[in-house]
Design a protein around this ligand. Structure first.
Ligand code: TRP
Length: 448
């Protein structure tokens, strides 16, 4: 048996560490800003509660019952005449695709941690120049920090479940929460806080369009780390008598809570000085540092703490993106852990460089396909096609294929009869239908 077991807290921190990532602290706030605030947040919370949570339980269940790498777990649990389900386990490879650009962004964060120590940009123009120079004109610098990200993540994963993944999450997750709570406490004292609160929690329905809804559903999957076997792989190492429903609930709750806190912190700072919330992906890289400059040297500390929390969140998520394929190579091809990590890391490191170059002025054309930078193509493929596809496979497998008595025996005692019925309805109908719908929509096949 090659699979080690987490401790109970270790598992919760690792799964929450996977879920809480750049998606929470970088993407959620800027999406909320772009789609007008409250109404978007409400749709997001709704999909987390009614779709995300159900799929989280399903994905955890496959891991906890299968106890193998993703391919092995699907294979073990599939009915005897349907062993082809093992191929669904290949969703783990999506983690490597995500890592190609995820590690580039972690690299940007490392860069910011260094340069912000020397001062903050005082105008938006300055801030834009810093960001644009890094992304479009300094491939060498970007590759350097991307490489550091790949090495750190690889090092942790190579240490294994117990002394790598569990250990680092037990340190970084509490640290991250402490930083964000500290910043929130300060944000309370700002006038901007009330504005941030009403921006995020008072829905303005006229701002909500169909695109915002589809993006909210998609993001609820990304933020919970669903649909690629990350949670499944971790769950293969769940302690024996763990309560899946309760664990999934805690992880979902923590992820959502931290996204909301990150949003409140960022918008409090921005609104304090009248900045606009809809800045797109540049929100935390451009607007936030500029605004924090108003706080003088305290601003530098806030900025560093904020980017540190972003780095922590990114690293703990990244290891969960790499681990499934590493576990797969160990289980199926008898790789040593070190060899598996080295192999996987070199692949996504290389493709990551192509992604990174596709944003630069000098190499952009070479690394674009049909005018689209490789970076965007990779992100689009995972977000819009592979993750929902993975979620769909998980929902169908648990909802229809696997022996239903087995699912019931596991979950009904945890949930109670009524909640179990609602969950089952969600996993059989609501989740697959909304996922399919979302996928077709994002792929441009149907339009609402
Ligand atoms: N959930 C992480 C975030 O919010 C990203 C992530 C980690 C992820 N593992 C995943 C996304 C697995 C999808 C699937 O940034």
């Amino acid at each position: 048996m090659k699979i080690q077991r987490f401790s109970r807290v270790g598992f919760i921190m690792a799964a929450a560490g996977s879920a809480v990532g750049l998606g929470n602290i970088w993407k959620f706030p800027y999406m909320t800003g772009e789609y007008g605030g409250g109404a978007f947040v409400l749709v997001y919370l709704f999909t987390i509660a009614f779709i995300g949570f159900s799929v989280m339980v399903a994905e955890m269940l496959i891991g906890a019952l299968g106890r193998k790498d993703t391919v092995g777990s699907f294979e073990t649990l599939a009915p005897p005449n349907k062993k082809y389900w093992k191929y669904a386990g290949l969703i783990g490879f999506n983690g490597i695709i995500i890592m190609t650009f995820y590690s580039v962004v972690i690299g940007w964060i490392f860069y910011y941690l260094i340069i912000l120590m020397f001062g903050l940009p005082s105008t938006t123009e300055d801030a834009k120049t810093i960001f644009d120079t890094l992304v479009t004109q300094s491939p060498g610098v970007a590759i350097f920090y991307h490489t550091i990200a790949v090495i750190i993540v690889g090092y942790i994963v190579h240490k294994g479940i117990k002394s790598g993944i569990e250990k680092i999450n037990l340190i970084l997750m509490p640290a991250l929460m402490l930083i964000l709570f500290g910043l929130l406490l300060y944000a309370f004292s700002l006038d901007g806080f009330t504005k941030a609160w009403s921006f995020m929690f008072e829905p303005k329905w006229d701002k909500l369009n169909s695109e915002a809804i589809v993006r909210a559903v998609g993001h609820s999957f990304f933020t919970l780390s669903l649909g690629m076997g990350a949670i499944m792989t971790y769950a293969a190492s769940l302690p024996k008598d763990a309560n899946i429903t309760k664990t999934a609930f805690i992880v979902t709750f923590m992820d959502t809570f931290i996204a909301l806190i990150a949003g409140l912190v960022i918008f409090s700072f921005l609104f304090q000085f009248g900045a606009s919330p809809s800045q797109g992906p540049g929100l935390v890289f451009i607007s936030l540092p500029t605004i924090l400059d108003n706080f003088g040297s305290l601003g530098i500390i806030f900025a560093l703490l904020f980017f540190l929390s972003l780095a922590f969140a990114g690293i703990t998520s990244a290891i969960s993106l790499v681990e499934p394929v590493v576990q797969y190579l160990i289980d199926r091809f008898d790789f040593s852990r070190t060899k598996a990590v080295a192999f996987i890391s070199s692949i996504y490191w290389l493709v990551g460089i192509a992604a990174l170059l596709s944003y630069t002025k000098g190499w952009g054309d070479l690394f674009s396909i049909a005018g689209k930078p490789i970076f965007d193509i990779l992100e689009y493929t995972t977000d819009s096609i592979l993750l929902p596809l993975g979620g769909l496979l998980i929902a169908i497998f648990i909802g229809y294929e696997i022996h239903q008595d087995r699912v019931k025996a596991e979950l009904e005692p945890e949930m109670g009869e009524k909640v179990y019925k609602v969950w089952r309805f969600s996993i059989r109908y609501i989740a697959p239908i909304s996922l399919l719908f979302m996928m077709l929509n994002l792929m441009g096949i149907i339009k609402i």
